[in-house]
Design a binder for this molecule. Structure first.
Ligand code: RAM
Length: 357
């Protein structure tokens, strides 16, 4: 029996007990702040208060990435608002094996809420299982694991929407014709792979893209230097390349730097997902016309609120549960424990100066 199924049976059995307890004047989970981590799996109490004093840790794909630093700022603000403790910790390379020991340490520290952007959908599962059985709530954000290995996933934008936006921007910049290539992050990244799958499916099925061909996907591993040299490699291998799509903030910034100093500037289009602060100079010098992203700070905030809501018993991760994430407003848990932030924003010469992240 899957863990989810077991939890939902346990939840139904507990429901009767809890209803009886509250009829007798029992307290909400939000009242007993002194408790250790609770994990999810009980019955949601939408009227419970957020617990204070929770310990939060954000474990990104890798540190030293402005995207995750922005998410961390958001999560830290929420932890402070809720009177909790906060830690940002993780490896300098975006690999799953490097993330394992960080999860194990957080598990030993009995961290209440672990916010994780995963470098692999399956490789972290046994460490995550251990953390959860010790009482930690595990919320993935940005890049998910197998849903059985976490409590909830805070998704930036629906994957299909990201894949479609990437193709749409590409088609607009090359008049829907010619060879395109993808410069991705790591080969196992759940988020980038989901977006690339959507792009491939759409290229095959949508007649508007019949004249565009995806000739290669390369991996810069979310490392600046590797992404830079993979860009060079793509341009050398495909003399007819019209566009590079890089669905990673590290990749697109490195590719832009390469293009801006090369003969390909203005000849080969570059689009994808980037932070306005890293991309501003390349929009201004004409290397890049348009790219997109969501607000990574708000993503970190929503992840922290989601984890706190689960650790406070406000939600359990079941579809349809509703909670309020501070000023971000009300969110509803979707299928498979997914909470979605919202649509991406496109950045170009007209609006890039309005953003600072
Ligand atoms: C990089 C990471 C992250 C991704 C963004 C768009 O910072 O790969 O996971 O969501 O790019």
């Amino acid at each position: 029996m899957s863990r989810k199924r077991l939890l939902s049976i346990t939840a139904s059995l507990l429901a009767g007990v809890l209803i009886a307890a509250s009829a007798c004047g029992g307290t909400t989970r939000g009242d007993d702040e002194g408790d250790g981590p609770t994990g999810t799996g009980g019955t949601a109490n939408p009227d419970a208060e957020y617990r204070t004093g929770l310990s939060f840790a954000m474990l990104p794909k890798q540190v030293n990435n402005p995207y995750f630093e922005a998410s961390s700022t958001g999560a830290e603000t929420v932890a402070a608002e809720l009177g909790g403790e906060y830690e940002f910790t993780g490896p300098s390379d975006a690999s799953a094996s490097s993330q394992v020991s960080y999860i194990d340490t957080l598990s030993q520290q009995a961290t209440d809420v672990i916010l994780l952007s995963a470098n692999d959908p399956n490789a972290l599962c046994s460490s995550l299982d251990q953390a959860r059985s010790g009482g930690s709530v595990v919320v993935t954000f940005d890049s998910d694991v197998d849903p059985a290995c976490r409590d909830l996933f805070v998704s930036q934008v629906d994957s299909a929407e990201v894949g479609l936006a990437l193709l749409e921007m590409t088609a607009e910049q090359i008049d829907g014709t010619g060879e395109i290539a993808v410069l991705s992050a790591t080969a196992n990244a759940t988020n980038q792979n989901a977006w690339i799958d959507v792009m491939r499916a759409e290229l095959e099925s949508n007649p508007s893209y019949a004249d565009m061909e995806l000739v290669e996907v390369v991996y810069g591993d979310d490392e600046d230097e590797k992404s830079f040299s993979e860009t060079q490699g793509l341009l050398q291998a495909h003399p007819d390349l019209r566009a590079i799509v890089s669905p990673t903030t590290v990749g697109i910034a490195a590719a832009a730097r390469y293009l801006s100093g090369s003969e390909y500037q203005g000849q080969v289009a570059l689009t994808g997902l980037g932070t306005p602060n890293q991309m501003r100079e390349f929009v201004k010098d004409g290397t890049v016309t348009e790219f997109a992203l969501w607000d990574p700070t708000a993503l970190g905030e929503l992840a922290a609120y989601t984890g706190a809501a689960a650790a406070s018993g406000i939600i359990t991760g079941a579809e349809g549960e509703v909670f309020t994430a501070g000023d971000l407003g009300e969110y509803t848990v979707g299928a498979d424990g997914v909470v979605t932030l919202g649509p991406p924003t496109r950045f170009n010469a007209e609006n890039i100066d309005d953003f600072d992240f």
